[in-house]
Design a protein around this ligand. Structure first.
Ligand code: ATP
Ligand code: MG
Length: 435
């Protein structure tokens, strides 16, 4: 009996007759003998056809089917010293499930470099390459590790609305939609909702879900839809506790990927570098000095910007650190929910940067109702638009803090991918809405 849909890596020389299903990756015809490379999710099997030993019609069919055609081939497993896995299959029957059209929109095994746009336009083909699939298998593992670690630390997984009545991260990147005759928006982050939960007794929550930003610039780290991993928890003493919590998760993810993602990392030729804890904390002011010493000329209060982040990244790389926090940003540059550092122009906020790029922002939140309302007004917003949120602060709100991490940025930096789009199956940006 042949098993259904055999994983190629499990096929053994003494299996006898097997049926294997997959894509015809390549065909080589040497006259007296022909070879088909059949690919499945796990690897490639060689189908060997000595012309004299194979029924004529079968030989003809198998040697003329276009690349990427999907078939089931039945045949006998034989030992081979010509193939990487030491096996070959001598076919006795073929069933064609779906014949591929020609020419292919892009090659699967061709070594010539294909433009990223061509790859993204034909993502279904691009994903047939093991090295492309490996990224998404690792991303799946990453999410599993995040969930494991959060559960171990007593966090409850929650789902907050993605259709919302107001934004949290600034008007410029809000996507407006029409909602039964009135305006609504796509959620930029779960920020306001996860904070409201802090008043309920669900005092440690996390969420993994999409976030939407109308990013009008075209960079290698911004898309308009990304997966955000948000956490929020109560009873914190200060923002350092929040940093230590993120660090716990990142460390768990790095170690888990290195251990459980070996196969995919090998396909990609990558290694995960694990950084000892605690991760360093630099203040915004220290970073200002680092970037100005490098000649950037920023004033106190300025955004470090892409260039500044890069310079700090290079500075930290020299100290052997890929991951570090930048804390106490100017309060004016941070959203209304961040707690100000009283008596200074700074705030209890931080970013986690990875190899010179922000991957997370977080901080201690303003949990005192009056101060929160004052801060909303100070940043030029109307507190009346936020009563649905501030009401949760009126009747007893514990001190709390949290973070948001871009999962796509995390995988991008971890694997040193040149563009965030490489780490998203079907990325969305200003110009890309299909496929
Ligand atoms: P940046 O300054 O890099 O645009 P941000 O400060 O606007 O990011 P936050 O509002 O702090 O972003 O969001 C938290 C995290 O979400 C970021 O650190 C990042 O990892 C991720 N993120 C934010 N915007 C995007 C985007 N457009 N595409 C991909 N990831 C994003
Ligand atoms: Mg940020």
């Amino acid at each position: 009996m042949t098993a259904l849909n055999r994983d190629f890596s499990t096929i053994k020389v003494d299996d006898g007759i097997v049926t294997v299903k997959g894509w015809i990756q390549d065909t080589r015809n040497l006259g007296g003998i022909s070879f088909v490379q059949l690919r499945d999710r796990f690897g490639v099997l060689q189908i060997t056809m000595p012309k004299k030993k194979i029924e004529e019609n079968l030989f003809k069919t198998l040697t003329t089917l276009p690349r990427e055609t999907v078939v089931a081939i039945t045949g006998e497993v034989k030992e081979s010293n010509q193939t990487a896995n030491g096996l070959e299959i001598i076919p006795s029957a073929v069933e064609i499930y779906s014949e591929a059209a020609t020419p292919l929109p892009m090659g699967v095994i061709d070594k010539v470099g294909v433009e990223m746009d061509t790859r993204l336009n034909n993502r279904f083909m691009d994903l047939r390459k093991p090295e492309t699939r490996a990224i998404f298998e690792l991303k799946s593992l990453m999410v599993r590790l995040i969930v494991e670690c959060m559960e171990e630390n007593g966090f409850t997984q929650v789902y907050t609305p993605k259709i919302v009545g107001s934004g949290a991260e600034g008007g410029a990147t809000l996507f407006q939609i029409e909602y039964f005759g009135r305006p609504a928006y796509l959620a930029q982050s779960p920020q306001l909702y996860k904070q409201m939960l802090m008043s309920t007794g669900l005092d440690r929550v996390f969420e993994l879900g999409p976030a939407f930003r109308a990013e009008k610039s075209n960079t290698n780290r911004h898309v308009t839809e990304f997966i955000s991993f948000d956490g929020e928890f109560c009873w914190i003493k200060d923002q350092v506790e929040v940093m230590r919590m993120i660090e716990t998760v990142i460390d768990y993810v790095l170690r888990g990927l290195a251990e459980r993602g070996k196969k995919q990392l090998e396909i990609l030729g990558k290694e995960i570098k694990i950084q000892e804890r605690p991760y360093p904390i630099l203040t915004y002011e220290q970073c200002l000095k680092i970037v100005n010493d490098a000649g950037l000329g920023l004033k106190d209060g300025d955004d470090l910007g892409t260039e500044g982040e890069k310079i700090v990244g290079e500075y930290m790389a020299k100290e052997g650190k890929d991951l570090y926090f930048i804390s106490e940003y100017p309060e004016i540059a941070k959203p209304f929910y961040i707690m100000e550092k009283d008596g200074t122009p700074y705030s209890y906020s931080f970013d986690l940067d990875y190899k010179g790029q922000e991957i997370s922002s977080g901080g201690q939140r303003e949990h005192r109702f009056d101060k929160l309302v004052a801060r909303i007004a100070k940043l030029g917003l109307n507190p009346d638009d936020f009563t649905f949120y501030t009401d949760a602060f009126k009747y007893g709100m514990p001190p709390h803090g949290g973070w948001g991490i871009g999962v796509d940025r995390l995988i991008t930096k971890m694997l040193d991918l040149p563009n965030i789009r490489e780490g998203i199956l079907f990325p969305r940006d200003m110009s890309r809405l299909l496929p």
